[in-house]
Design a binder for this molecule. Sequence first.
Ligand code: FAD
Length: 484
Amino acid sequence: MSHHHSNGKYAWQKTPRVDPPKRAARERTSDFREIYSLLDEETIRQQASRCVQCAYPFCRTGCPLGNRIPEWLACAAAGDFLEAAALSRSTSNMPEICSRVCPQERLCEGACALNARSEPVPIGAIEKFINEYALRRGVVEVTNLPPNGLRVAIVGSGPAGIACADELAARGYEVMVFEALSRLGGLLVNGIPAFKLEKSVVERRLELLRQRGVVFRTGVTVGQELSLSNLLTEFNAVFLGIGAQKPKPLDISGAQLKGVHDALPFLIEKNVGISPGGSPIAVKDKRVAVLGGGDTAMDCLRTAIRCGASEAVCLYRRDLANMPGSRREYQSALEEGAVFQFLTNPVSLGSDAVGRVTHVGCVRMELGEPDAKGRRKPFPVPGSDFLVETDIVLVAYGFDPVPFPPGNDLAAIQRTDWGGLIVDANQMTSRPGVFSGGDMVRGPSLVVDAVRDGRRAALGIHQYLSQRQATPHQRDEPKKCVPV
Ligand SMILES: Cc1cc2nc3c(=O)[nH]c(=O)nc-3n(C[C@H](O)[C@H](O)[C@H](O)COP(=O)(O)OP(=O)(O)OC[C@H]3O[C@@H](n4cnc5c(N)ncnc54)[C@H](O)[C@@H]3O)c2cc1C
């Protein structure tokens, strides 16, 4: 291996892009461990030196967090991994997680200027390396500003809530996180499979928040045991980050048949080991059909393969070019043996005498002209009906925000027609002092978007409470601990 780290702007001409080692498909499908390992220090330095340090770094604008990518690449190229990690942490509350789950090909790496001439810098792999380097050496800062006497409640422990909690604790706020489930982490733990993000990585991040003084309360559903108004009497502000986890319904005939399941309970059962839907879903030696083409569909296919499914087929109504799921995950699913049937729209489910699903009735689609958003609408090809035989159907058609029962004070907050909370530029909802972000505002989105919203909300809360403190008649007394 050569030792040219500082061969200036032209390193990329001599050094091709290197991706981190990926475990062989046959090996990785026999467990749920992460599939990539870290690049070595020498390769990281060489790869970081491929960055041309553009005057207008598109990678930064391509990142929802505006990560200071060229700056930390320069540090990494010089071998100063700790400084690189510190810069990386300055704009992200969980860079070791984003580096694992971001679709970099659509974000930073997709925007890298080298795409025009060569291949982009492996930004995600370098972000993972520098942050693992710092975390494993225990040099990640967890000291806060002195306590400011203000208290904030965070509802939901997904990436939006975690990012908001982390930012506020660092600014001297007393922060308490309320989580409905017994496990913390939101979809980082209960959605995204361990082969993309090992659970211990999320636990390590949560431990850093505990060191910051953030208090976590599990098994508390806000809106049931505890109302929003209760929270607002005990806390100076509230952040709602409860996501969007209501599955979009499958409205074709046969949707109620035995063997037809929603994606999320399946993923939770196989990844976390508990069965939210009651009895476990057996897929060993079964044929599994996954409906949908997003991240959730990819994860279902790859999880089914790891659980011994004899066949994992994705039925998606558009083509590969118009599929929303990440290309990297699609590639991994292919390697692991998943089969993709594009331009295939499921229109009915058939069953045997005891009501178990036996096949998916499908119709072939073709794509029309691009619409205003550039997406091509699929149309059925007349007379093209065909059957796909199967034993298990997993529905991955996306999610909507969970509605609140009328009368609940959460239901009084303004929402869009599809149920997303409406927020202003500071992430504040229609109820003063109540902020929100992540999937609850955007609908199903990305971890990095949730982190961005959580950070912006923390800043919004800080500004909102600083203004109120400056106005004496509105001043809130610090409140006592909420008895839950
Ligand atoms: C299967 C799957 C795979 C995905 N893969 C990727 C990926 O590879 N890369 C990527 O960037 N994104 C991925 N995503 C999307 C990403 O996980 C989400 O966009 C992100 O987690 C949203 O964060 P959040 O904090 O808004 O909500 P969530 O992560 O959904 O967290 C919300 C939390 O609030 C809790 N909660 C709900 N109601 C209440 C209540 N009333 N009181 C208290 N707590 C409550 C929930 O239990 C949950 O813990 C994936 C999503 C799924 C479903």
